[in-house]
Design a protein around this ligand. Structure first.
Ligand SMILES: *[C@@H]1O[C@H](CO)[C@@H](O)[C@H](O)[C@H]1NC(C)=O
Ligand SMILES: *[C@@H]1O[C@H](CO)[C@@H](O)[C@H](O)[C@H]1NC(C)=O
Ligand SMILES: *[C@@H]1O[C@H](CO)[C@@H](O)[C@H](O)[C@H]1NC(C)=O
Ligand SMILES: *[C@@H]1O[C@H](CO)[C@@H](O)[C@H](O)[C@H]1NC(C)=O
Ligand SMILES: *[C@@H]1O[C@H](CO)[C@@H](O)[C@H](O)[C@H]1NC(C)=O
Length: 494
């Protein structure tokens, strides 16, 4: 072999090794950044048809990570104009029409080629549960009409139905713990880990017509009726969950008005301590009694009778009236009982209080972990404010809402303290929140996750993160190539 051909061979070896180093480097970079193919995105949507309004939630997630925890995020929320679908009992087609605006908005957000694969649901809650009790024909018609409207859109519509109170409580609990990755966490070492159980949060949900409480109790269950059991990512969970129909804030305030007016002389203005000082309104008996939540104790003279109410803005008296809407005598002698004879183990662990719990406390600036005594004094001060002054201080607030903050705040306190029996200590474990991981907290996400089987009951077996072995091997290969290259260079120039 001549000197020239020897040099040519060395040069070729050098080029090969340099190219290998580059390829190895590029490969290892690409692998660790994990961006080889852009993963597909999938969309899903759920209508939350509540008693006072309907919202449409649009979610999205990467298809290649479908079963991982915490990967579903909220893309958009659309608020349906007008009242809840149960208000359309006398005109069911209008319930369907009310959804059109949000459906159109969703079609503008979800890319056309993804729409066919997007699961779509409508879940109705306590407003429709009440209508179902009052007039089943009407509630069936409303559901049929909203289904008809959604079916006209090119999505994978999977039905409109009234969800049970227990589902509502369970799915809210699943939503929070999914968003906070309490069920499963992908650890640094590339394994699925189950965080310690103290990281599991309880859920407190307050709607217009019902309220839900869900948590993992410390001890055993005495009443299987209030237990919901499921297996998520390979682990069994047994939660206490109860939904109180007629104890959403609108129905509770209606009960309060009935208590405040019962047995009163209605020809004179009736004093309402939950309303601000100087507030005046004329109401009809019909508006108070037209709900299955009120049982008429005595036949009323005439439902069309009107009467006047005036606010007196007294938080203490407001709280007292509100405590009369619960039946605590039916719990006497039972240590684990909230009210109306309902079993409830002592509250334990940390809680998230969302929906109307959040809205009322947010307005009063009470969502940053204030102590119970601060909350009480803030509520007292708010309730004592004059109606004219309140209206000029909050000109943008809707009049009915502004009127009801005092009542709602006292209702929340009576529910959490009087009924659920939180105390000064356990109060500190409640966080008033609207969102977690940029996604609204509510039952809708948990509902979709469950119905699309996105939370597998068995633990995931695949290891997706690049593991240490592969990483070490690529480093070794790079170093080997470099050494080889340097050795070639050395031979070439010698
Ligand atoms: C998710 O889990 C289900 C059932 O456990 C399985 O059939 C499906 O292939 C999984 N999907 C992904 C993307 O891992
Ligand atoms: C129930 O609703 C239907 C249609 O919405 C109506 O025609 C009917 O009169 C209602 N029945 C009662 C008892 O109110
Ligand atoms: C409370 O419940 C008890 C037992 O269920 C019942 O006897 C009583 O009448 C109820 N009280 C009221 C005010 O409804
Ligand atoms: C809450 O805080 C804001 C900003 O400090 C203030 O303008 C508003 O009046 C407060 N709300 C109430 C109800 O006090
Ligand atoms: C989730 O859906 C399954 C049926 O797909 C049902 O058996 C299960 O009870 C649901 N989980 C919850 C928490 O409701």
């Amino acid at each position: 072999m001549g000197a020239d051909s020897k040099q040519t061979v060395l040069l070729a070896l050098l080029i090969v090794s340099v190219v290998s180093v580059l390829i190895a480097l590029i490969l290892s970079l690409v692998r660790s950044v994990e961006v080889p193919i852009p993963p597909g995105t999938k969309y899903g949507m759920v209508f939350d048809a509540g008693s006072s309004h309907t919202s449409l939630f649009i979610y999205q997630w990467p298809t290649d990570k479908e079963n991982d925890t915490g990967v579903v995020s909220q893309t958009h929320v659309c608020d349906v104009e007008g009242p809840g679908i149960s208000s359309y009992a006398n005109d069911p087609p209008a319930a369907g029409k009310s959804l059109v605006h949000c459906l159109d908005e969703a079609m503008a957000i979800i890319p056309a080629e993804k729409q066919k694969a997007a699961p779509a649901y409508l879940g109705a809650t306590a407003g429709m549960r009440l209508l179902d009790l009052q007039n089943k024909t009407a509630s069936d018609k409303v559901l049929a009409e909203v289904s008809k409207t959604i079916s006209r859109y090119p999505v994978d519509f999977r039905g409109a139905r009234i969800i049970t109170g227990q589902e509502e409580g369970s799915y809210g609990w699943i939503t929070i713990n999914y968003l906070l990755e309490s069920f499963m966490k992908y650890s640094f070492s590339g394994h699925w880990m189950r965080p310690i159980s103290t990281r599991i949060y309880g859920a407190l949900d307050l709607g217009g017509a019902s309220t839900q409480i869900s948590f993992i109790p410390k001890g055993d269950f005495e009443d299987a009726k209030e237990k919901a059991e499921f297996k998520l990512y390979g682990f069994p969970y047994a939660i206490y969950t109860h939904s109180f129909l007629c104890y959403g804030q609108n129905q509770a305030l209606n009960q309060m008005l009935v208590k405040a007016t019962q047995g009163k002389d209605l020809t004179r203005p009736v004093d309402i301590p939950c309303y601000p000082k100087g507030y005046q309104q004329t109401i009809t008996l019909q508006s108070l009694y037209n709900t299955p939540c009120i049982v008429q104790s005595a036949p009323l003279a005439s439902l069309t009778q009107t009467f006047n109410v005036t606010g007196s803005g007294n938080a203490t008296q407001c709280y007292e009236i509100l405590t009369t809407i619960y039946n605590f005598t039916s719990c006497s002698g039972k240590p684990s009982c909230s009210f109306d004879g309902v079993y409830q183990p002592p509250v334990s662990g940390n809680f998230f209080a969302f929906s109307a719990f959040f809205y009322t406390f947010d307005f009063l600036n009470l969502t940053s972990g204030q102590s119970l005594s601060t909350v009480r004094s803030t509520v007292d001060t708010y309730c004592a404010r004059d109606w004219t002054e309140l209206q000029s201080s909050f000109p943008k607030e809707k009049v009915d809402r502004l009127r009801d903050y005092c009542a709602n705040a006292n209702y929340i306190l009576s529910l959490l303290l009087g009924a659920y029996k939180f105390n000064d200590d356990s109060w500190e474990s409640i966080s008033f929140m609207k969102q977690a991981a940029n996604t609204d907290i509510g039952w809708t996400l948990g509902y979709m996750l469950n119905l699309t089987n996105m939370i597998p009951s068995e633990a995931p077996s695949t290891v997706k993160v690049q593991n240490y072995g592969v990483w070490a091997a690529s480093i070794f290969f790079i170093v080997l190539c470099l050494a080889l290259g340097l050795f070639m260079l050395f031979l070439y120039f010698r």
